[in-house]
Design a protein around this ligand. Structure first.
Ligand SMILES: Cc1ncc(COP(=O)(O)O)c(C=O)c1O
Length: 405
């Protein structure tokens, strides 16, 4: 990604290219002038006087009070990701699910209605399908690929649209521009889970989204270490809803995890670029293997929504879904025969990871919901890491052969 406003370079980080923002953005240096961001592993902060403590709580004195409300290391992470997305504000959370929960439940209330694309991560679906109704929030799950379904689902009390695009694990897409335009005509807040695309390949805010949520656990850490999340939104959304929700319910990101995420952001562009290039190579390679009946990859011309992928994403990403003939047994044999690629339910790691959604991430939703989403028993999800792409394809090739017997 290049900055069009090149020379002279400005001191304003908002004008820098993403790669530069992700290295220098948001740095708060202590009195020691450290090069690398400091880890402020503290729960609280000391005031110079009782008067200063009072002023801090009245918001009359700038500074930190308590790490559940804010912390310098966490603030650096928030500012860095805020800059990258061009959001008005960002708030960090302990996990991606805390970000999804805060993004939705901070503003929804009993009597409201939420419409969500049903192709999504199992825990996200739990929030919409099980948790929301328990608190009097009605919900409608739709096939989010068709704008007509969004239109048909709107009710007078619809307050939120929620979707993942690309969705986990089917890589179904939702037209962010079309859905957010519809939302705006009805005063509906659109919340987008942008985990699969990463902020490097898709900017939902630029396409009209009101709130964007991340599992920073995935590509932002990028090396499988810490859990974390982030919510990006407007100042108004923060003041009206999110600030108090996060402060009072406490899904705060630990300073240590924030520090890991900050360093993860520095290398995010080169990792996503390399992993996406490998994923494109592997998707094409998989499609030629005997026994592989289907390959779904956002960067391939045969993705059912290839034109939309081109319109709203700047790359195919590092996630691939594919199907092996022979159902669950063949999928298990394939996984068990792999030498490099690891069996795990995580994604976005530097280590390549394979997942069998029907028996793991999407087990809880049951066979009917899986059939509706097109998650077959032979479907596998691959998160492409930083290993050599030829090694990865050779690993898959051998495992597919072994699975076919
Ligand atoms: C699309 C999506 N959203 C949210 C989450 C939740 O993230 P976390 O595990 O950090 O809570 C995940 C995790 O896999 C995910 O894939």
């Amino acid at each position: 990604m290049t900055n069009t406003k090149k020379t002279p370079i400005s001191a304003d980080p908002a004008t820098w290219s993403p790669e530069t923002q992700l290295v220098h953005g948001g740095v708060l240096r202590s009195q020691f002038g450290e090069t690398s961001e400091a880890l402020f592993l503290t729960q609280g902060f000391v005031y110079n006087s009782a008067e200063q403590a009072e002023a801090r709580f009245k918001n009359e004195d700038p500074g930190f009070q308590y790490s559940r409300f804010g912390n310098p290391t966490v603030a650096m992470f928030e500012e860095r990701i805020r800059l990258l997305e061009g959001a008005e504000v960002a708030r960090a959370t302990a996990t991606g699910m805390a970000a999804v929960t805060a993004g939705l439940l901070s503003f929804l209330k009993a009597g409201d209605h939420i419409v969500a694309a049903r192709a999504m991560f199992g825990s996200c679906r739990y929030i919409v399908e099980t948790l929301c109704p328990r608190f009097g929030i009605a919900m409608t799950l739709i096939d989010g690929r068709d704008i007509e379904n969004w239109k048909a689902a709107v009710k007078p009390n619809t307050k939120a649209f929620f979707f993942e695009t690309p969705a986990n694990p089917t890589l179904d897409l939702v037209d962010i521009g079309a859905v957010t335009a519809l939302a705006k005509t009805h005063g509906i807040t659109t919340v987008v889970d942008n985990v699969f695309a990463t902020p490097m390949l898709q900017r939902p805010l630029a396409h009209g989204a009101d709130v964007v949520v991340y599992s920073a656990t995935k590509h932002i850490d990028g090396q499988g270490r810490c859990l974390g999340g982030a919510v990006l939104c407007t100042e108004k959304f923060l003041t009206d809803h999110l600030q108090d929700f996060i402060r009072q319910t406490g899904p705060s990101l630990s300073p240590f995890n924030a520090w890991v995420m900050l360093k993860g952001l520095e290398t995010l562009p080169i990792r996503v670029k390399a992993q996406s290039a490998s994923a494109a190579f592997i998707a094409d390679g998989l499609a030629t293997l005997k026994g592989i009946s289907r390959v779904i990859y956002c960067g391939r011309a045969d993705h059912p929504q290839a034109a939309l992928a081109k319109k709203q994403m700047t790359g195919g990403g590092q996630m691939i879904a594919f199907e092996i003939e022979g159902g669950k047994d063949a999928a298990f044999r394939l996984q068990n025969a792999l030498k490099i690629i690891k069996i795990s339910n995580n994604l976005g790691d530097s280590k390549s990871i394979i997942t069998h959604p029907p028996t793991t991430t999407h087990y809880r939703i049951g066979p009917e919901a899986r059939a509706e989403l097109g998650i077959t028993d032979g479907m596998l999800r691959l998160s492409v890491g930083l290993e050599n792409e030829q090694d990865l394809l050779a690993d898959l090739d051998a495992a597919v052969k072994a699975a076919r017997g």
